[in-house]
Design a binder for this molecule. Structure first.
Ligand code: NAD
Ligand code: DAU
Length: 353
C-alpha cells in the first residue's frame, strides 16, 4: 500500500474529479489533498460542498497550461503524488475547438510532468504520477472485440488525439527519466454531477423539460457505461496498490447502443415523473451525426480485476435510476449549469446543426 503525504488532484471540480476528491479526502484523513482546477464551464465547486471544510482538503484555482504557476505550486506544497484528471473532455467541443484540447490536455500534462520531474528529482521512489485517461485512445471497434492494455493506439477525434498524446508523454517520462507513473484508460462514465453536454445528463435534462432528445445518426453507436463512483474506486485502488509503469483498463462490461440506452432512460423518467408510458420516448429526435463518430468502445478490464480485485459494484439499471434520482433531487444544480453560456452552446450545437 502506497502511503503518500500530499497529493495534487487536478480537475477535482469536474465530474469524475469531484468523486475522486471526495473519496480520497474521506478515505485518507492523514493525507493532504490539494484540488487544482481552472473552473472552466465544466468545473463546479458546488460538486464538493460536503467536503470543502475538511482539514485535509484545499482548493486552488489555477490553469495547468501556466507552467510557471504549476512550478510554484509544487514548490509550495511539496506534493509526493499527483492524480491528473484536468482536461477538456467533450468530443463535440474538440471538433470545433481542437487547439484548446491540445493546450490543456497535452501542454498542461507536460507542465505537470516537468514540475514533478524537477521537484522529485532523485527521489522518485516515494512519489507517483497517476494519469487518468480514456478508452477513446484505442480508436473504434467493429461489432466484435474488446480494448485490452495491448491494443494499439488509434485516436480519431481531436479529443482522443490529445489524450493519446498525453498518455505517450507520461510513458516517455517513465522510460526516459524513470519517473514513477501509472495510467488508467476508462470507458464512458455516468452518474451525479455529470455536465449536461454529455449524452445521459443531457437526455435527462431534456426529458425533464419535455424538450427534444437528440440522438446522433441512427443511434447505433455503442458505449460501455460505468458508474462514476466505480471509476473513482478503481483509481483509488490502482493509485495505492497498482504497479508502477503499468496501464490499467477500467470498464463496466456494460455495452449499450445509444438508442437502447435512451429508450431505457425514457422508461425510467416516465415512472419517476408520473408520465404515461411512452411519453418521454416521443421526444427522441434523430439529428445529424457527429463527424468521425467512433462506432463502438468496449473495455476488457480483466487486468485490474485480476491484479487488484476491482469490480463494478452497480448494475446499469440500478445506476441509471440512481442517477435520474440525483438529477431530479438537484434542480438547482441543473438549473445553474444550464443557464447562461450553456444556452449559447446548446443553440450552436443542436439548433444550428
Ligand atoms: P470534466 O470536463 O467534467 O472536468 C474537467 C475538469 O478539469 C473541470 O473541473 C475543469 O474546470 C478542469 N480543467 C479544464 N481545463 C483545465 C486547466 N487548463 N487547468 C486546470 N483545470 C482544468 O471531465 P470529466 O468527465 O470529469 O473527465 C475527467 C478526466 O477523466 C479527463 O481527463 C477525461 O479525459 C477522463 N475520462 C473521462 C471519462 C468520461 O466518461 N467522462 C471517461 C474516461 C476518462
Ligand atoms: O469513452 C470515454 C469517453 O466517454 C470520455 O473519454 C469522454 O471524456 C466522454 O465525454 C465520453 O465520450 P463520448 O463521446 O462517448 O460521450 P458523449 O456523452 O458525448 O456521447 C456518448 C454517445 O452518445 C456517443 O456515441 C455520441 C452520442 N450522443 C451524444 C450526445 C451529446 C448523441 O447521440 N447525442 C448527443 O446529444
Amino acid at each position: 500500500m502506497r502511503n503518500l503525504k500530499t497529493i495534487l488532484i487536478t480537475g477535482g471540480a469536474g465530474f469524475i474529479g469531484s468523486h475522486v476528491v471526495r473519496r480520497f479526502v474521506n478515505n485518507y484523513p492523514n493525507c493532504k489533498m490539494v484540488n487544482l482546477d481552472k473552473l472552466t464551464y465544466a468545473g463546479n465547486l458546488e460538486n464538493l460542498t460536503d467536503i470543502e471544510k475538511k482539514p485535509n482538503y484545499t482548493f486552488v484555482k489555477g490553469d495547468i497550461v501556466d507552467g510557471a504557476f504549476i512550478d510554484e505550486l509544487f514548490k509550495k506544497y511539496s506534493f509526493d503524488g499527483v492524480v491528473h484528471l484536468a482536461a477538456e473532455s467533450h468530443v463535440d467541443r474538440s471538433i470545433t475547438h481542437p487547439t484548446e484540447f491540445a493546450m490543456t490536455n497535452v501542454i498542461g500534462t507536460i507542465n505537470l510532468l516537468n514540475a514533478a520531474k524537477k521537484h522529485w528529482a532523485g527521489n522518485y521512489d516515494n512519489c507517483l504520477f497517476y494519469h487518468v485517461s480514456t478508452d477513446e485512445v484505442y480508436g473504434s471497434l467493429g461489432a466484435d472485440g474488446l480494448f485490452t492494455e495491448e491494443t494499439s493506439y488509434d485516436p480519431r477525434s481531436p479529443y482522443s488525439a490529445s489524450k493519446a498524446s498525453s498518455d505517450h508523454f507520461v510513458m516517455a517520462y517513465y522510460h526516459t527519466y524513470h519517473m514513477q507513473v501509472m495510467i488508467s484508460n476508462c470507458s464512458n462514465n455516468y452518474g451525479p454531477n455529470h455536465f449536461p453536454e454529455k449524452l445521459i445528463p443531457l437526455a435527462i435534462h431534456n426529458i425533464k423539460e419535455s424538450k427534444p432528445v437528440p440522438v446522433y445518426g441512427k443511434g447505433e453507436n455503442v458505449r460501455d457505461w460505468l458508474y462514476v463512483e466505480d471509476h473513482a474506486a478503481a483509481i483509488d485502488l490502482a493509485f495505492h496498490k497498482g504497479r508502477v509503469g503499468e496501464t490499467y483498463n477500467i470498464g463496466g462490461h456494460n455495452e449499450w447502443k445509444n438508442i437502447d440506452l435512451i429508450y431505457l432512460l425514457c422508461e425510467i423518467m416516465d415512472k419517476k415523473l408520473n408520465r404515461a408510458t411512452g411519453t418521454s420516448a416521443k421526444l427522441i429526435t434523430f439529428v445529424k451525426d457527429r463527424a468521425g463518430h467512433d462506432l463502438r468502445y468496449a473495455i476488457d478490464s480483466s487486468k485490474i480485476q485480476r491484479e487488484l480485485g476491482w469490480t463494478p459494484s452497480l448494475v446499469f439499471e440500478q445506476g441509471l435510476e440512481k442517477t435520474v434520482d440525483w438529477y431530479l433531487a438537484n434542480d438547482k444544480w441543473l438549473n445553474d449549469v444550464t443557464s447562461g453560456e450553456y444556452q449559447k452552446y446548446y443553440k450552436g450545437q443542436y439548433e444550428e446543426r
